[in-house]
Design a protein around this ligand. Sequence first.
Ligand SMILES: [Zn+2]
Length: 167
Amino acid sequence: MKCPFCGHTEDRVVDSRVGRDGEFIRRRRACLKCNRRYTTYEYIEDVLPHVVKRDGRREPFDRQKLRGSILKSCEKRSVGVQAVDDVVADIEAKLHDRAEKEITSLELGEIVMEHLQKLDQVAYVRFASVYRQFKDISQFMDEVKHLIKDDKPAKAPPAKPKATAKR
Ligand SMILES: [Zn+2]
């Protein structure tokens, strides 16, 4: 802890007290250099950030909701539930690393898309179309084109049968 008086980074704890209902611990510290005393508070950090929605409302990060939307994007794709759970865990780990108290739903969407892109391209496009709220079909097609470009040797989709002649 950096001393507020001299900036030295070593101190010793001279007193620790649990505050109120155990919500925090207060520590008296003495700077090892200038010997002045100061107080620090230790709280449990909210583990995951709140999500700030487009309209400004905030809600706690909801892993089930995230999992649900990813599962939905993966519907009828050959993506196992375990793979989806792994992605959810990766995203959570990323949020932990980010260590911010808030994340906008757009930023969260970008993180999810990053992961889905590696997982399954169709799931990615499905998710992106909801999250990015594509303004029109051309924006959507641009995204799909990027995908095709980024994709390794793109497998050609099975040719659609030509319109059958009238009987
Ligand atoms: Zn000091």
